[in-house]
Ligand binder design. Structure first.
Ligand SMILES: Cc1cc2nc3c(=O)[nH]c(=O)nc-3n(C[C@H](O)[C@H](O)[C@H](O)COP(=O)(O)OP(=O)(O)OC[C@H]3O[C@@H](n4cnc5c(N)ncnc54)[C@H](O)[C@@H]3O)c2cc1C
Length: 394
């Protein structure tokens, strides 16, 4: 026995992209349901470092690129949401840091000064005197320069919770291997065993890596997806401070990007990305940890690593396919008939991406359905990687 449910918009995938879209469409009055095959945030979102980029990282060449233009307004948009007067209410999310920092070692100082002296960057950053630096960079052995970037850092899962909680009645946890599409109906089995048949005016595919399988279920060969693998590193143990900073290296990408969280025991965890994670995919776990130790010893020589516990984690970024190995400049949201496919490319860009989806749907002039949704069991939230104790056993 299946329950038939008719909606205006069906959304597949409860990461940041699907959830932001769900909240915006519901605000606009559309009857919208989101289906999630795992737990909310279970894809890339729980692995995000949570930096709301304002484009600085992309402008490291000294000139603005399409990606830095697109993200320039995101810090203020997210801050407004956090203050409770933005397009969504993120006042219950955790703001980990008001700013992300960028530092150089003494050997790289001249390059960084030249870059920050450029007109492009003067408005976005400011160099910090010793008195206002993060504690780590007040150390007498620190010889480089440090700048504050106008880029807040959020705990990604706290954002997921803040968005999902008020719209939870519209989210259904389903079994991934039961999704079937035919005769304009998508049938699924819920994780609690109930069967549902959804009819819809539009469907938004926001399943990250899962979009590829969904597109083939809709007989669509395009858009194509690309995966960019990363090998991130985590460390904990006697770290005295939360750090949020990129270290500028010789290339356009930061040599290392450090963000920090507290694990369930309240212990500080440093989470390392940047070039270390991109190049780390060619290394074994042990080699990657050795490399991370070497990098930190070189970049922060006064850090005592002796009591640290280390771990690596492998995760793919899923994005729209670009020619060669290029990364997309901005979010992707395109539609063909009933299907709208999205990848935000960055968590930071989800609001812009959701706005585009809303516009596509408004332009289609869908008349809003108004009958009630059945009540069903709520999905759970994904666990942050540093709280999965088995990851630390290596
Ligand atoms: C290591 C790392 C660090 C990052 N750091 C940052 C950062 O600092 N700042 C930033 O802006 N961005 C960052 N990003 C990018 C950001 O995390 C992603 O752009 C964003 O999380 C993608 O969100 P999404 O909702 O599209 O996908 P996902 O988070 O992958 O969500 C997809 C969801 O769909 C579900 N699903 C899969 N298949 C199906 C199906 N068939 N039906 C229904 N549901 C399905 C999955 O379970 C999942 O919950 C980072 C990414 C990585 C990997």
């Amino acid at each position: 026995m299946s329950t038939a449910v008719s909606v205006d918009v069906l959304i597949m995938g409860g990461g940041i992209a699907g959830l932001w879209t769900l909240a915006r469409l519901k605000q606009a009055g559309y009857k919208t349901v989101l289906l999630e095959t795992d737990s909310l945030g279970a894809g890339q979102t729980r692995f995000a470092q949570g930096i709301i980029h304002g484009g600085t990282k992309y402008a490291l060449t000294g000139k603005l690129t399409a990606s830095s233009e697109a993200v320039a307004d995101m810090p203020s948009l997210w801050r407004d949401c956090y203050k409770g007067n933005g397009q969504l209410d993120l006042s219950k999310a955790t703001l980990l840091s008001e700013a992300h920092y960028l530092w150089s070692t003494s050997s790289l100082t001249s390059r960084v000064s030249g870059f920050f002296a450029s007109k492009v960057m003067r408005a976005r950053t400011n160099e910090l005197d010793e008195s206002v630096r993060p504690e780590l960079f007040k150390h007498t052995d620190f010889k480089g320069q440090i700048y504050a970037l106008d880029e807040p850092v959020f705990d990604a899962m706290s954002v997921v919770r803040a968005i999902a909680e008020p719209v939870m009645e519209s989210i259904l946890a389903i079994k991934g291997d039961t999704i079937k599409y035919g005769n304009d109906v998508l049938s699924v089995q819920a994780q609690d065993g109930g069967n549902y048949e959804f009819s819809f005016e539009k469907i938004v595919l926001s399943a990250g890596q899962g979009n590829e399988g969904l597109l083939s279920a809709f007989n669509l060969a395009e858009p194509e997806m690309q995966l960019r693998p990363l090998k991130m590193v985590m460390l904990r143990g006697d770290l005295s401070e939360m750090v949020f900073a990129h270290c500028m290296g010789a290339s356009v990408n930061p040599r290392i990007t450090i963000t920090s969280n507290r694990d369930n025991n309240g212990e500080i965890v440093w989470y390392l990305g940047g070039q270390l994670a991109e190049e780390g995919v060619a290394r074994s776990d042990a080699e990657q940890i050795a490399q991370a130790k070497k990098e930190l010893a070189e970049l922060i020589p006064w850090l005592d690593q002796s009591k640290c516990q280390w771990s690596t984690l492998d995760i793919d970024r899923a994005e729209v396919k670009k020619q060669g190995t290029k990364r997309p400049d901005t979010f992707y949201a395109e539609h063909k008939d009933k299907v709208i496919t999205v990848w935000p490319t960055k968590m930071a860009l989800s609001p812009l991406m959701a706005e585009t989806v809303l516009k596509i749907i408004n332009d289609e002039k869908i008349s809003c359905a108004d009958d009630e949704l059945p009540s069903w069991s709520k999905p759970s939230y994904a666990i942050l990687p540093w709280n999965e104790e088995q990851r630390w056993l290596m």
